[in-house]
Ligand binder design. Structure first.
Ligand SMILES: [Zn+2]
Ligand SMILES: [Zn+2]
Length: 147
Protein backbone atom coordinates (compact mmCIF):
# COMPACT_ATOMS: atom_id res chain seq x y z
CA UNK A 1 0.00 0.00 0.00
CA UNK A 2 1.40 3.39 -0.99
CA UNK A 3 1.82 5.88 1.79
CA UNK A 4 0.01 9.21 1.43
CA UNK A 5 3.39 10.93 1.10
CA UNK A 6 4.31 8.83 -1.93
CA UNK A 7 1.34 10.30 -3.80
CA UNK A 8 2.46 13.85 -3.26
CA UNK A 9 3.93 15.50 -6.33
CA UNK A 10 6.18 18.52 -6.75
CA UNK A 11 4.02 20.63 -4.46
CA UNK A 12 3.94 17.80 -1.96
CA UNK A 13 5.49 19.78 0.83
CA UNK A 14 2.96 22.60 0.53
CA UNK A 15 0.11 20.10 0.41
CA UNK A 16 1.45 18.37 3.48
CA UNK A 17 1.70 21.61 5.40
CA UNK A 18 -1.85 22.47 4.49
CA UNK A 19 -3.03 19.12 5.81
CA UNK A 20 -1.70 19.72 9.28
CA UNK A 21 -4.54 20.90 11.43
CA UNK A 22 -4.17 23.12 14.45
CA UNK A 23 -5.74 20.36 16.48
CA UNK A 24 -2.91 17.97 15.54
CA UNK A 25 -0.38 20.41 16.97
CA UNK A 26 -2.12 20.68 20.31
CA UNK A 27 -0.24 17.77 21.85
CA UNK A 28 3.06 19.56 21.24
CA UNK A 29 1.88 22.90 22.58
CA UNK A 30 0.36 21.84 25.87
CA UNK A 31 2.02 21.75 29.25
CA UNK A 32 1.97 18.26 30.83
CA UNK A 33 1.61 19.80 34.28
CA UNK A 34 -1.39 22.10 33.81
CA UNK A 35 -2.59 20.60 30.48
CA UNK A 36 -3.11 24.12 29.14
CA UNK A 37 -1.23 25.81 26.31
CA UNK A 38 2.26 26.93 27.25
CA UNK A 39 2.56 30.19 29.14
CA UNK A 40 6.13 31.42 28.88
CA UNK A 41 7.40 28.06 27.62
CA UNK A 42 10.48 26.67 29.34
CA UNK A 43 12.30 23.53 28.24
CA UNK A 44 14.44 21.11 30.22
CA UNK A 45 17.79 20.98 28.45
CA UNK A 46 18.43 17.33 29.29
CA UNK A 47 15.30 15.76 27.81
CA UNK A 48 13.80 18.66 25.83
CA UNK A 49 10.42 18.40 27.52
CA UNK A 50 8.60 21.73 27.68
CA UNK A 51 6.39 23.25 30.38
CA UNK A 52 5.00 26.63 31.40
CA UNK A 53 7.63 28.56 33.31
CA UNK A 54 5.43 28.87 36.40
CA UNK A 55 4.43 25.19 36.30
CA UNK A 56 7.95 23.79 36.14
CA UNK A 57 9.36 26.24 38.69
CA UNK A 58 6.50 25.48 41.06
CA UNK A 59 7.06 21.75 40.56
CA UNK A 60 10.68 21.92 41.69
CA UNK A 61 10.14 24.55 44.39
CA UNK A 62 7.28 22.60 45.97
CA UNK A 63 9.57 19.69 46.77
CA UNK A 64 13.28 20.41 46.83
CA UNK A 65 14.00 16.67 46.63
CA UNK A 66 12.58 16.41 43.14
CA UNK A 67 15.36 15.66 40.67
CA UNK A 68 13.47 14.20 37.73
CA UNK A 69 11.58 15.57 34.75
CA UNK A 70 7.88 15.30 35.68
CA UNK A 71 7.09 14.04 32.19
CA UNK A 72 9.76 11.51 31.23
CA UNK A 73 11.40 10.99 34.65
CA UNK A 74 14.88 11.78 33.29
CA UNK A 75 17.34 12.41 36.12
CA UNK A 76 18.35 16.06 36.24
CA UNK A 77 20.83 16.05 39.11
CA UNK A 78 20.76 18.10 42.28
CA UNK A 79 19.92 21.43 40.64
CA UNK A 80 17.10 20.70 38.21
CA UNK A 81 16.19 24.39 37.81
CA UNK A 82 19.57 25.03 36.22
CA UNK A 83 18.71 22.69 33.35
CA UNK A 84 15.65 24.75 32.38
CA UNK A 85 15.87 27.30 29.60
CA UNK A 86 13.36 29.75 28.16
CA UNK A 87 11.93 28.41 24.90
CA UNK A 88 11.02 31.39 22.75
CA UNK A 89 10.56 29.27 19.62
CA UNK A 90 7.77 27.11 20.95
CA UNK A 91 6.17 30.07 22.74
CA UNK A 92 6.11 32.00 19.44
CA UNK A 93 4.29 29.11 17.77
CA UNK A 94 1.66 29.15 20.53
CA UNK A 95 1.32 32.92 20.27
CA UNK A 96 1.04 32.81 16.48
CA UNK A 97 -1.56 30.04 16.42
CA UNK A 98 -3.53 31.33 19.38
CA UNK A 99 -3.02 35.09 19.70
CA UNK A 100 -6.30 35.29 21.64
CA UNK A 101 -4.76 33.44 24.60
CA UNK A 102 -1.95 35.92 25.02
CA UNK A 103 -4.44 38.77 24.76
CA UNK A 104 -6.85 37.17 27.24
CA UNK A 105 -3.97 36.61 29.66
CA UNK A 106 -2.89 40.22 29.41
CA UNK A 107 -6.47 41.36 30.05
CA UNK A 108 -6.84 38.99 33.01
CA UNK A 109 -3.62 40.25 34.57
CA UNK A 110 -4.74 43.85 34.10
CA UNK A 111 -8.13 43.07 35.68
CA UNK A 112 -6.44 41.28 38.58
CA UNK A 113 -4.22 44.26 39.36
CA UNK A 114 -7.16 46.62 39.08
CA UNK A 115 -9.25 44.46 41.43
CA UNK A 116 -6.36 44.28 43.86
CA UNK A 117 -5.88 48.04 43.78
CA UNK A 118 -9.56 48.72 44.46
CA UNK A 119 -9.76 46.28 47.36
CA UNK A 120 -6.40 47.35 48.78
CA UNK A 121 -6.29 51.14 48.48
CA UNK A 122 -3.20 52.96 49.63
CA UNK A 123 -3.51 53.99 53.30
CA UNK A 124 -4.87 57.52 53.68
CA UNK A 125 -1.90 58.69 55.72
CA UNK A 126 0.50 57.14 53.24
CA UNK A 127 1.49 54.47 55.73
CA UNK A 128 5.18 54.27 56.38
CA UNK A 129 6.10 55.32 52.88
CA UNK A 130 5.71 58.85 51.59
CA UNK A 131 4.70 58.25 47.98
CA UNK A 132 5.16 61.91 47.17
CA UNK A 133 1.86 61.91 45.30
CA UNK A 134 -1.34 63.73 46.21
CA UNK A 135 -4.25 61.32 46.70
CA UNK A 136 -6.21 63.04 43.95
CA UNK A 137 -3.48 62.09 41.49
CA UNK A 138 -4.13 58.39 41.97
CA UNK A 139 -6.60 57.04 39.42
CA UNK A 140 -7.66 54.20 41.70
CA UNK A 141 -8.86 56.50 44.46
CA UNK A 142 -10.71 58.73 42.01
CA UNK A 143 -12.58 55.73 40.69
CA UNK A 144 -13.59 54.69 44.20
CA UNK A 145 -15.03 58.10 44.98
CA UNK A 146 -17.22 58.01 41.88
CA UNK A 147 -18.93 54.82 43.03
ZN1 LIG B 1 1.61 24.62 32.62
ZN1 LIG C 1 11.57 14.98 30.28
Amino acid sequence: MASPDAQLGQSGEAALIRRIKKRDLHQFLKCPLCTGFFRDAHTINECLDTFCKSCIYKYFYEDQNRERCPKCQATLGGRPLETIISDQTIQKIVDLLYPQFKQKDAEAIKAMYKAFATTNPLPKDGGLIDYGVEEADLGINQEQQQK
